[in-house]
Design a protein around this ligand. Structure first.
Ligand SMILES: C[S@@+](CC[C@H](N)C(=O)[O-])C[C@H]1O[C@@H](n2cnc3c(N)ncnc32)[C@H](O)[C@@H]1O
Ligand SMILES: [Zn+2]
Length: 332
């Protein structure tokens, strides 16, 4: 943990100031082991392996814990990086562009392996804080510890340990996995200061009936309950179908002259064309990600719009992404 993070921290229980009460070891400017304490309610929070720990899955409700535990496993296994991540990220947070991050205090709700925390830091954020509840924080910390403006915190998105000082908060691919997605969104919005901005990307309900009808029952009954290693291997089968379809049909057709007109009629074309550039490992991650999650909500546009109204956001832009999900951007 870098000392600079202290400027942003507040007690998740009482919003009191957080002080560094002891340091047991440091490494290259990072506090690796130590203790934080709330100045008001005296709660203490350990710093373990360089990461301040404000909540761990074991202490939470069973469904939240299951989600975090599953993703923790996933993001410690699929640690690869991909040069296409930047474009993919910009697709999820459009109309935000890299220049937008410059000098901002940025908060990421559910950072997984830290790929977007890394990008935000490299795009010139003053400080970016990636928060995740699961063991994925270990991977995220390793990926970002050499960036002086990147911080990783283990905490629950419903109980964020920060002051309301954030210029820009974003969350991609996380809210729909929470037991109450709207409450997670609301919690993130409370950390954005007046005039700051917020982005969120969630699964859409509208064109995913085939998933909610056919894939979801399998996910709920079998795949999310299976042994992870077994699912890892089993998921290679549907991943191979997706991989062959994107490499042999969707990708070539969408990139050929005159092809996109024809491709428009293909099943799920926008999405499958978008992921057609990814290699095998990334596509396998995507398929595995869908099958492993214990909780997934598919959100209707009108409900998503309501989330933004509820937090009082202004100049909100809600739009279709790849015709299968919703992205939103607004000012608080
Ligand atoms: C599908 S992953 C997306 C990770 C990252 N945003 C990305 O796109 O690479 C969802 C992440 O949300 C995290 N998560 C789930 N429940 C959470 C909670 N209650 N608080 C914070 N993070 C949570 C999981 O641990 C997981 O890393
Ligand atoms: Zn406190």
């Amino acid at each position: 943990m870098k000392r600079k993070l202290l400027d942003y921290l507040r007690c998740p229980s009482c919003a009191g100031a957080i002080l560094l009460s002891s340091i047991a070891s440091t490494e290259e400017g990072e506090i690796m082991e130590g203790k934080l304490a709330c100045d008001s309610c005296q709660s203490t929070f350990p710093i373990v392996r360089g990461i301040p720990r404000f909540g761990t899955p074991e202490k939470l409700d069973a469904d939240k814990a299951a989600t975090a535990e599953t993703f923790g496993w996933q993001w410690q296994h699929f640690v690869q990086s991909d040069e296409l991540y930047a474009d993919q990220f910009l697709g999820w947070i459009a109309p935000v562009r890299p220049e937008f991050f410059r000098d901002k205090v940025v908060l990421e709700g559910g950072c997984g392996k830290g790929r977007h925390t890394q990008l935000a830091a490299s795009w010139g954020a003053r400080d970016v804080i990636g928060v995740d509840l699961s063991d994925a924080v270990e991977t995220a910390f390793a990926a970002t510890r050499n960036l002086e403006n990147a911080h990783i915190v283990q905490a629950d998105i419903y109980h964020l340990p920060f002051a309301r000082v954030v210029d820009y908060a974003f969350s991609v691919g996380v809210l729909h996995h929470l037991p109450d997605p709207r409450a997670g969104f609301r919690s993130l919005a409370t950390k954005v200061k007046d005039g700051g901005h917020l982005s969120a990307w969630v699964y859409g309900a509208e064109s995913n009936e085939w998933i909610t009808r056919f894939v979801d029952p399998l996910r709920k009954k079998f795949s999310s309950r299976m042994d992870r290693r077994a699912l890892l291997h089993l998921s290679k089968l549907p991943a191979a179908v997706v991989y062959l379809a994107t490499k042999l049909i969707y990708g070539p057709l969408n990139r050929s002259k005159g092809g996109p007109k024809l491709a428009r009629h293909l099943f799920y074309n926008d999405y499958l064309s978008a992921i057609s550039q990814f290699g095998w490992r990334e596509q396998h991650t995507i398929v595995f990600d869908h099958l492993v999650a214990p909780t997934s909500h598919y959100i209707h546009r009108k409900d998503f719009e309501e989330w933004w109204r509820e937090v009082g956001a202004k100049d909100v832009i809600v739009g279709w992404h790849n015709k299968n999900s919703w992205r939103g951007f607004g000012r608080i």
